[in-house]
Design a protein around this ligand. Structure first.
Ligand code: FPP
Length: 250
């Protein structure tokens, strides 16, 4: 289908066998609006192009051996955008989720949503649940799509659930430690991201995985998300592989 048609990068392949790959990569897919503005197009054209890039890079991450990929698709703050832009993003999510149901089968990708689903329309929520259900027994890369996700909101939700479980006697306050808190987040059971990539040159975390990113390496790239290529991912992975991670030690 044309919406997600593969482009000229179809045959790109890089030899990454000599480098230490991150297990979990996060991507803040930024720059769609600026990409459209530079071409005199409406912002929604940038999101459409961003969706193609998302599809291409997701598949490529799975091909090169990334085990977990988390993409920031829609934040708790993005509802403040003009209604027309929000509507076009919802339309995009819907088409994507309809296609992903059958399409990610061949790529062996496990789809999960992180964020509060309850704000989306019934049909979108249903598609999210179906995608999670039909992909859960696959064995390939885990793709977390952050939708209506905000890390502060995630932490508030975790704190409330911990309090409720203490009140009901399921856990005691002496059980509360870092690993327990991690297990009350949307990413429970998953490793923290090793690398977060932010295209579009902005040096901000924008409420993305605040707890999980305590020791994450950041790579900021000067490319708008719709222009992001597989070779840009290769570059980010190579930059990551040269970082010395000390986790506060020496
Ligand atoms: C940030 O760029 C991007 C978003 C708020 C939307 C991200 C969504 C996609 C890439 C669509 C694909 C996702 C799925 C799951 C199909 P911006 O609009 O803030 O750009 P700007 O900073 O240049 O204005």
């Amino acid at each position: 289908m044309a919406f997600f048609s593969r482009n000229k990068e179809e045959n790109h392949s890089a030899d990454l066998s000599d480098i230490q790959l991150p297990v979990h990569v996060g991507i803040i897919m930024d720059g769609n609006g600026r990409w459209a503005k530079r071409r005199g197009l409406p912002r929604k054209a940038g999101h459409s192009e961003g969706a193609k890039t998302f599809r291409k890079i997701t598949r490529y991450c799975s091909e090169v051996g990334i085990k977990y990929l988390t993409v920031y698709a829609f934040s708790t703050e993005n509802w403040k955008r003009p209604q027309d832009e929000v509507n076009s993003l919802m339309k995009l999510f819907k088409s994507y989720l309809e296609e992903a149901l059958s399409d990610f089968k061949d790529d062996d990708i496990i789809v999960k949503f992180i964020g509060d689903k309850s704000h989306f329309t019934e049909d979108l929520q249903q598609l999210m649940i179906e995608n999670e259900g039909s992909s859960k027994n696959r064995s390939g890369m885990v793709l977390n799509i952050a939708m209506n996700y905000g890390s502060r909101d995630e932490i508030v939700r975790a704190v409330k659930n911990i309090c409720a479980d203490v009140k009901q006697g399921k856990i005691s306050d002496s059980d509360i430690n870092e690993s327990l808190i991690s297990n009350y987040l949307y990413t429970a059971g998953q490793p923290d991201p090793d690398l977060i990539i932010r295209p579009s040159g902005e040096y901000r975390i924008s409420n993305f995985m605040l707890w999980q990113a305590a020791y994450t390496e950041f790579v900021i790239m000067n490319k708008l998300w719709p222009d992001f290529q597989k070779s840009d991912l290769d570059e980010a992975l190579r930059i990551y592989s040269h970082r010395s991670r000390r986790y506060g030690g020496v």
